[in-house]
Structure formats: structure tokens, C-alpha cells
Design a protein around this ligand. Structure first.
Ligand code: NAD
Ligand code: UDP
Length: 315
């Protein structure tokens, strides 16, 4: 089957391309390389079943694109304001790709009669007043705060997919991804797992924002990719919104301690002041819907996933 993966040169997108190619599919990866890298797909470039097209999805798409399925992952994803690859620094590009880009991909799905899967985010729940977060929770998001360029454009992206599904007969579904980590994460984009692993390997301090009592739930990349493939291919997922993530919840302090132990590092935590504005104080997915509908749940325990990720960054 021919499958388009947008954001195919990114962290998650490149693992998805691998998974689809290994299952015998033809894959066309679309990416503008704004936060992704050709390094992530270098090993696929000579594969006759793989094609890479460098393109900005917010602009016009090539006329001759063909596919039976579209995984739409393209979007900056890092909240770290200091990184040039964050959605803060790429604010307008982030808003465009999640709205115009999503619209373009839905039009393509309509034209081709292709299925589409849009990767939304746990960020659409904002600072959650319900814990853990179920798909039915509508969120607590600032429309104008510093994270709004990402959160609100993902929210509108969901609206676009839902409207094409409802009114234009597009076979669309939405996956809300919770923090996912693993090899090929960008060393410079500032997300916490990479910051802590690279700090540990250099015996430098772990930079903790706030008191480190905020929580996140970390899903290993291979688990997440299986969830995406199931969400695309399982019957009765059309029109559905599905959380994918690992429900094991840790404070950021606990994460630092875990990484310290696994790397046998001498690093200590350093408290860098207030948490960034609108940084959620807790986050944990309720995955009962994914369990029921897809028969999916994460399999990789955090220690094993972190070991693999540490191995990648050691090399
Ligand atoms: P990433 O930055 O590694 O990958 C995103 C890819 O999209 C990059 O290769 C980038 O170059 C590409 N891209 C960005 N704008 C584009 C545009 N206008 N046109 C074409 N390509 C463009 O990030 P990731 O972690 O792999 O995230 C992939 C998707 O999953 C994103 O939509 C993100 O919002 C979502 N997500 C990820 C996580 C996570 O923890 N990794 C959590 C929630 C949601
Ligand atoms: N964080 C931290 N130090 C860092 C990077 C992140 O303490 O160097 C915290 C951040 O404030 C947040 C959590 O770790 O509370 C997760 O941050 P990340 O950037 O990975 O993603 P988020 O879940 O906020 O989208």
C-alpha cells in the first residue's frame, strides 16, 4: 500500500516510516526539515519503496501525490523557549502547519479517498483540571498564552479533521499523543528526557524548572508507533479521538533520579527558577479507550526505554 507520512524526517515520523517500510509498504515522506533531519531517514533514502519530498505543507502540495493512507505528523513539537526548534521560535510556522497544513492534507485525503490520521497532543488539555485526562475532557487552555500557538492550532487542526470527516466523507481519526521519547529525539530541541540524559552523560547538572514536582507520563517510541498503526488500521476508528501514551506518571525530580541511576552519573539537580508560563503541573493519559478500541497498551517499562535512549545518546 502507498502511504504518505508528513513530518517523516522527524523523531516520530522517521520511526513510523521504518515501521511501514518493514511491513512492506511504499512510503512517501513529506517534510520541510524545519525541526527534523535527513539523518533520521538516511538509511531509507536508497530504498526503492521510500521517497522523500522536501516541502512545506502549509503551501501547495504536488499535484501527483498518491496514497491510500496519510499519517499527518508534521509540526514543531518542543515547548523549550530557548531552542530555535521550539514552537515558540517557530510560532507562525506552527500555527500554519497545524491549520493550513492540516486543511491541505484533509483535501488531499478527500481527493484520493485516502484515510487520514492527525497527530494531536495532550497539550490540547492545557493545565488539566481533570486527572488523568480522558478524551471527553475539553481542556483548560489559554487562547493567547505563550503555548497557545501550538495548543490552539492543534485544537483547530482537530476541528478541521472532524469537519472533513463529518461533511466531506473523509475517513479521518485523531490521536492525542502524550510525551513520547526514544532514539532520534533532537539533542537541541530541549525536551526534558534528552536534556536530562545529555546532562547526565556529561556529568552536568539536571536543569529542573520549578520545584520538579510537576508530573509527566513517558511513552517509549516503539509503543507509540504501534498505537498509531493500530489507530489507522483498526475497524471503527473513523471519526474517533484516541489518547496514546503511557499511564505511568512520574515527577520531573523522579525522572532526574532515574536517569542519574541508569547512567551512573554524578549530576545533581539544579533548580532554575519558576516553571515556564502555562507549563502544565500534571499530565497522565487515561488510555481505556485505546485499550478497548485498539487492544493497545504500552509494553516497554520506563527503565528499558530510557536504557535504549541513553545508548543512542552515548553513541
Ligand atoms: P519532530 O519535530 O521531531 O518532527 C516533526 C517533523 O515535522 C519535523 O521533521 C519537521 O521538519 C516537520 N515539519 C514541521 N513543519 C513542517 C511543515 N510546515 N511542512 C513539512 N514538514 C514540517 O517532532 P515529533 O516529536 O516527532 O512530533 C511529531 C508529531 O507528534 C507532531 O505533530 C507533534 O505535535 C506530535 N506530538 C509529539 C509528541 C512527543 O512527545 N514527541 C507529543 C505530542 C504530540
Ligand atoms: N523541564 C525541566 N527541565 C528541562 C526541560 C523540561 O524541568 O530542561 C520540565 C518542563 O518544565 C516540564 C517537563 O519537564 O514541566 C516536561 O517538559 P518537556 O519540554 O519535555 O515537554 P512538555 O511536557 O512540557 O510538553
Amino acid at each position: 500500500m502507498k502511504i504518505v507520512v508528513t513530518g517523516g524526517a522527524g523523531f516520530l515520523g522517521s520511526h513510523l516510516c521504518d515501521r511501514l517500510i518493514n511491513s512492506g509498504h511504499e512510503v512517501v515522506a513529506l517534510d520541510n526539515l524545519s525541526t527534523g533531519s535527513k539523518e533520521n531517514i538516511m538509511h531509507l533514502l536508497d530504498n526503492p519503496n521510500f521517497e522523500f519530498i522536501q516541502i512545506d505543507l502549509s503551501e501547495k502540495l504536488p499535484e501527483d501525490l498518491k496514497a491510500a493512507q496519510i499519517y499527518h505528523l508534521a509540526s514543531p513539537a518542543s515547548p523549550n523557549e530557548d531552542s530555535p526548534k521550539s514552537y515558540h521560535k517557530l510560532a507562525f510556522e506552527t500555527m500554519q502547519v497545524n491549520t493550513l497544513g492540516t486543511w491541505n492534507m484533509c483535501e488531499l485525503a478527500q481527493k484520493l479517498g485516502a484515510k487520514i490520521l492527525f497527530t494531536s497532543t495532550s497539550e490540547i488539555y492545557g493545565e488539566p483540571l481533570e486527572h488523568p485526562q480522558k478524551e471527553s475532557y475539553r481542556g483548560n487552555v489559554s487562547t493567547t498564552g505563550p503555548r497557545s500557538v501550538y495548543d490552539e492550532s492543534k485544537r483547530f487542526g482537530e476541528t478541521i479533521v472532524a469537519a472533513f470527516e463529518r461533511s466531506k466523507d473523509v475517513d479521518g481519526r485523531i490521536v492525542r499523543i502524550f510525551n513520547t521519547y526514544g532514539p532520534r529525539m533532537d539533542e537541541d530541541d530541549g525536551r526534558v528526557v534528552v536534556e536530562f540524559i545529555t546532562a547526565a552523560l556529561r556529568n552536568e547538572p539536571f536543569p529542573v524548572f520549578g520545584d520538579g514536582e510537576q508530573t509527566r507520563s513517558f511513552c517509549y517510541v516503539s509503543d507509540l508507533i504501534e498505537g498509531l498503526v493500530l489507530a489507522m488500521n483498526t475497524e471503527n476508528t473513523r471519526g474517533e479521538v484516541i489518547n496514546l501514551g503511557n499511564p505511568d506518571e512520574y515527577t520531573i525530580k523522579e525522572l532526574a533520579q532515574k536517569i542519574k541511576e541508569l547512567t551512573e552519573s554524578e549530576s545533581e539537580m539544579v533548580f532554575e527558577g519558576e516553571r515556564p508560563e502555562d507549563d502544565p503541573s500534571q499530565r497522565c493519559p487515561d488510555i481505556s479507550k485505546a485499550k478497548e478500541l485498539l487492544g493497545w497498551e504500552p509494553k516497554i517499562p520506563i527503565d528499558e526505554g530510557l536504557e535504549e535512549t541513553i545508548k543512542y545518546f552515548r553513541n
